[in-house]
Design a protein around this ligand. Structure first.
Ligand SMILES: Cc1ncc(COP(=O)(O)O)c(C=O)c1O
Length: 457
C-alpha cells in the first residue's frame, strides 16, 4: 500500500444518490432528493472543503505543512477538517460559542484545533468569528484562510460536481431545483451550470422565516432580520458570492414547518436529514403541489440528521421550543415540561439502588427524581439525599432508593393555580403535580421560566 496515493476517503466525496420521494404528496410532480448526507463527513460541505483545499494547493496558497483556517459554525468546518486530516494539514477553526457540542467534538476528533469565540458580537468586533479567523490567518506563517463566503472554489465545487451529477442522474430532465442559501455556494454553482446545460430549469429558494433572502427575492427589499433555529441556511445579509438572478420564487418556511417536515421525511421515506432538509423539502412540496403540469423537481438532503438527534428528533426539546404541539389543559399541567402521561419523566422505583438513581440523574441532567411505584408517586430523591448517604459510606450506593428518599410529599393539584405554584417554588421546593394518587409530573423553577418564555415569544 502506497502512502503517496490519494486517501480513499476523498474519493467518497460526491457522487451521492438521487432518489425519488414516493410516500409524500407531491401533487402532479415527481420530486427527487439528492442525498448529500451520504458524503463521508455527512454533508454537502465535504465537496466545498475538498475544492477549496485543492484549489489552494494548485495555486500555491497552501503548501505541504501549511495551516488551514476557517470561521465556521458547522458543516464547512467538518468538510475542511475531514480533507485536512486526510491530506495531513494543520487546521484551526474559529467557531461561535453557540455551536452544538456534537459538532465541536466531531471537529476535535478529526484533529482540528477549535477556537471558541463569542457569538454575541457583530462584524468589526475583534472577537467576531470571521474577523478572528482573518487575524489568525494573517499572523500564522503559511496559513491559508479558506473564507467560503468569498472563495470562488466554493461555487466551483457545485458547478463542477453537484450540478453535473444532478444533470446526469435526472436523465437530462430537471424542471426545477429547490435550494437553500448559506454562503450561496450551492445556488451560485448550480445556476452557472444549468444556465448553459438547461436554461429553462427554474431555481426556487427555500428560506427560514427571519432570514432576509426570501423577502429580497419576492419583493426586492431587505426586511427586518429575525431569528431561526434551522441551521446552515438563511442570512441577515446578501452573501458576496451570491448570484440570485436565476431564482424564480422564494418560500419562507417557519421553524415549526421545517422541523415537522424533517420528521415526516424520516417517518414516510426513512431518510434522516438535518433541520435545513426540512426547510428545503417543505418548500419543494409546496412548489410541487402548486403546479398544474407534471414537473421533475430536485432538492437536497443537505446533511445527516444524526447531527440533530438531540434537537429535531427529540420530542422533549421540540416541546420546550414550542415546536411540537401537545394537549393543552388550561391548568398547571401545561407548565410541566416532562409529562408523566407522555412517558417523558425520568424516575426511579423504590427498589432501584442509589447508584441507579445517581446514574439516571446524571444522564438526564436533573438534580431530583420522582420515585414511582405502580404509577403513583411515593417519594422524591434528590442530590442532597444521595450525598448524605454515600458520604457516610460508599457502600450505600447499593442501598435501595426507598431508604434515602423523602416521602413527606407536598403535592399541588393541577387546578391549584400559578400563585400556589410560585409559593412552592419560592420555598426552594420542586412542585409535584398530582391529584389524589395520579401523578402528572414535576415543575421546577426552570420549567416555569420556560413556560413564561413560550408565552413571551
Ligand atoms: C446545512 C446546510 N449547509 C449548507 C447549505 C448550503 O449552503 P451554501 O449556500 O453555503 O452552499 C445548505 C443548503 O441547503 C444546508 O442545508
Amino acid at each position: 500500500m502506497s502512502t503517496q496515493s490519494r486517501p480513499a476517503v476523498l474519493n467518497l466525496i460526491g457522487n451521492t444518490p438521487l432518489i425519488e420521494v414516493t410516500r409524500l404528496d407531491t401533487g402532479p410532480c415527481q420530486l427527487f432528493l439528492k442525498l448529500e448526507s451520504q458524503n463521508p463527513g455527512g454533508s454537502i460541505k465535504d465537496r466545498v472543503g475538498l475544492w477549496m483545499i485543492e484549489a489552494a494547493e494548485k495555486d500555491g496558497r497552501l503548501k505541504p505543512g501549511g495551516t488551514i483556517i476557517e470561521a465556521t459554525a458547522g458543516n464547512t468546518g467538518l468538510g475542511l477538517a475531514l480533507v485536512a486530516q486526510a491530506k495531513g494539514y494543520r487546521i484551526i477553526l474559529v467557531v461561535p460559542d453557540k455551536m452544538s457540542t456534537e459538532k465541536i467534538l466531531h471537529l476535535k476528533a478529526l484533529g482540528a484545533e477549535v477556537r471558541i469565540t463569542r457569538s454575541d458580537v457583530c462584524k468589526g468586533h475583534p472577537e467576531y468569528y470571521q474577523d478572528y479567523a482573518a487575524r489568525l490567518a494573517a499572523e500564522i506563517p503559511g496559513a491559508f484562510f479558506a473564507d467560503q463566503f468569498n472563495n470562488p472554489a466554493n461555487p466551483a465545487a457545485h458547478e463542477q460536481s453537484t450540478a453535473p451529477e444532478i444533470w446526469t442522474q435526472s436523465g437530462h430532465a430537471v424542471d426545477a431545483i429547490v435550494v437553500g442559501i448559506g454562503s450561496s455556494g450551492t445556488l451560485t454553482g448550480l445556476t452557472h451550470f444549468f444556465r448553459h446545460a438547461s436554461p429553462q430549469t427554474e431555481f426556487i429558494l427555500a428560506d427560514p422565516v427571519g432570514s432576509v433572502l426570501a423577502g429580497f427575492i419576492n419583493h426586492r427589499r431587505i426586511g427586518a432580520v429575525g431569528s431561526w433555529a434551522v441551521e446552515g441556511i438563511g442570512e441577515d445579509f446578501i452573501p458576496p458570492i451570491a448570484d440570485l438572478t436565476g431564482i424564480r420564487k422564494a418560500y419562507a418556511i417557519t421553524d415549526e414547518e421545517s422541523f415537522g417536515t424533517a420528521r415526516a421525511l424520516l417517518r414516510s421515506e426513512g431518510i434522516l436529514g438535518g433541520s435545513s432538509t426540512g426547510t428545503l423539502l417543505a418548500a419543494a412540496l409546496r412548489y410541487c403541489r402548486e403546479q398544474t403540469e407534471p414537473k421533475r423537481v430536485v432538492t437536497f438532503v443537505c446533511d445527516t440528521g444524526t447531527r440533530y438527534l438531540s434537537k429535531v428528533y427529540n420530542d422533549n426539546w421540540m416541546v420546550d421550543q414550542g415546536l411540537l404541539g401537545r394537549p393543552v389543559y388550561g391548568d398547571l399541567r401545561d407548565v410541566i415540561s416532562r409529562r408523566y402521561e407522555d412517558g417523558a419523566v425520568v424516575s426511579v422505583s423504590p427498589q432501584d439502588t442509589l447508584q441507579t438513581a445517581f446514574q439516571r440523574m446524571r444522564y438526564a441532567d436533573v438534580s431530583q427524581l420522582p420515585v414511582i411505584d405502580a404509577g403513583h408517586i411515593i417519594g422524591i430523591i434528590d442530590e442532597s439525599d444521595l450525598l448524605l448517604r454515600v458520604q457516610a459510606s460508599t457502600s450505600h450506593f447499593k442501598d435501595e432508593v426507598l431508604t434515602a428518599m423523602t416521602d413527606a410529599l407536598e403535592t399541588l393539584a393541577p387546578d391549584a393555580g400559578l400563585d400556589a405554584l410560585q409559593r412552592t417554588l419560592e420555598r426552594g421546593l420542586v412542585a409535584i403535580i398530582a391529584a389524589k394518587t395520579k401523578f402528572y409530573g414535576l415543575i421546577t423553577r426552570f420549567d416555569l421560566i420556560n413556560h413564561l418564555r413560550k408565552q413571551y415569544s
